[in-house]
Design a protein around this ligand. Structure first.
Ligand code: IPM
Ligand code: MG
Length: 358
């Protein structure tokens, strides 16, 4: 197949990990006889520096025309105090492409249990898919901003959902759960928030169309606790935008490192934005030591969800698993006595296992 892929390396370690994701996709193209064409654009702080805006209309148009987008990370201390923030570019990209669903799979690798602070027995059987609503909720409700009246300053954020926005994300969660263990946990704060009461109602109604699915409701604070105390009790979690943001950083603890986790942001069509859930990690940027696995697994999700190439996606995921089983480690997941690979050599190790696969 022929596919046009936009890369948005962004800031910090973004360019380092995206380069490796591209290398993996190129290897897949050779091995499986596809043609992937890459077009690089800017996003985030580096774009603010060059153009005064974190996302240009040209870039947005290029993404709309593409088959898929592979993104690194945005942000950094340099832009923390500015009026325009790098993160606005990412939020605008998600919103304008209508990517309402953010899929974040969390499945600890058995060879990495040492990297998690949780006891190994807690991690047995953990396989969670968080479905985070991505274009509504607290990140996008209006009014939002800082207001001044009679010399008094206030700042406002609004958590708003329409029934339709809730329905489409819960519906997707149910469909995804059908291919897994048929269990959806809808996470809200229905004991306090009006938007959550509607969320719970619509979730219940939506799940009725899926008689084989078990739907539970959990308050977000309880969910935060259960993710650590009983992580194996979850299959699919579906939740509001900011709840999902917070819970997925927490869930990363199960895997041992934020550097391991991929994500897919999807809309109604096949176009998607794929990015590791870690940020720009300014403390290690430029050193070439970042864990590329979050991005490489995001590339696998790109193949599966946007290009409908599940065999190729499986091949990448198996190569990553084999590399980890064989003891390949970047610094974030290594024991003190283990040999440490860098961003490039870890990718080499994965590529070696990809090309020797049958
Ligand atoms: C994420 C990030 C972003 C978010 C930031 C960078 C705006 O934390 O993708 O989880 O909050 O959505
Ligand atoms: Mg986050």
């Amino acid at each position: 197949m022929h596919a046009h892929i936009i890369t948005l390396p962004g800031d910090g370690i973004g360019p380092e990990v995206v380069a490796e994701g591209v290398r993996v996709l190129q290897t897949i193209a050779e091995k499986f006889n596809h043609q992937f064409e890459f077009e690089e654009h800017r996003i985030g702080g580096c774009t603010i520096d060059a153009y005064g805006t974190p996302l240009r209309d040209e870039t947005l148009d290029a993404c709309r025309r593409a088959d898929a987008v592979l993104l690194g990370a945005v942000g950094g201390p340099k832009w923390d105090c500015g009026e325009v923030r790098p993160e606005q570019g990412l939020l605008r990209l998600r919103k304008e492409l209508n990517l309402f669903a953010n899929l974040r799979p969390v499945k600890p690798h058995p060879a990495l249990t040492h990297a998690s602070p949780l006891r190994a027995e807690k991690l047995v059987g953990v396989d969670v898919l968080v479905v985070r609503e991505l274009t509504g909720g607290l990140y996008f409700g209006k009014p939002q901003g800082r207001f001044e009246e009679n010399g008094r300053v206030r700042a406002v954020d609004t958590l708003e959902y329409t029934a339709e926005e809730i329905r489409r994300i819960v519906d997707l969660a149910c469909r995804l759960a059908q291919t897994r263990r048929q269990h959806v946990t809808s996470v809200d704060k229905a004991n306090v928030l009006a938007s959550s009461k509607l969320w719970r109602e619509i979730a219940t109604e939506t799940a009725r169309a899926y008689p084989n699915i078990t739907l539970d409701h959990l308050l977000v604070d309880t969910c935060a606790m259960r993710l650590i105390s009983a992580p194996a009790s979850f299959d699919v979690i579906v939740t509001e935008n900011m709840f999902g943001d917070i819970l997925t950083d927490e869930a990363a603890v199960l895997v041992g490192s934020l550097g391991m986790l991929p994500s897919a942001s999807l809309g109604a069509g096949t176009l998607g934005v794929y990015e590791p859930i870690h940020g720009s990690a300014p403390d290690i940027a430029g050193k070439g030591i970042a864990n590329p696995i979050g991005t490489i697994l995001s590339a696998a999700m790109l193949l599966r969800h946007s290009l409908d190439l599940p065999r190729e996606a499986d091949a990448i995921e198996r190569a990553v698993e084999r590399a980890l089983t064989d003891g390949c480690r970047t610094a974030d997941i290594a024991r003190p006595d283990e040999r440490v690979l860098n961003t490039r050599t870890m990718t080499d190790a994965i590529l070696a296992r990809l090309t020797t696969e049958h």
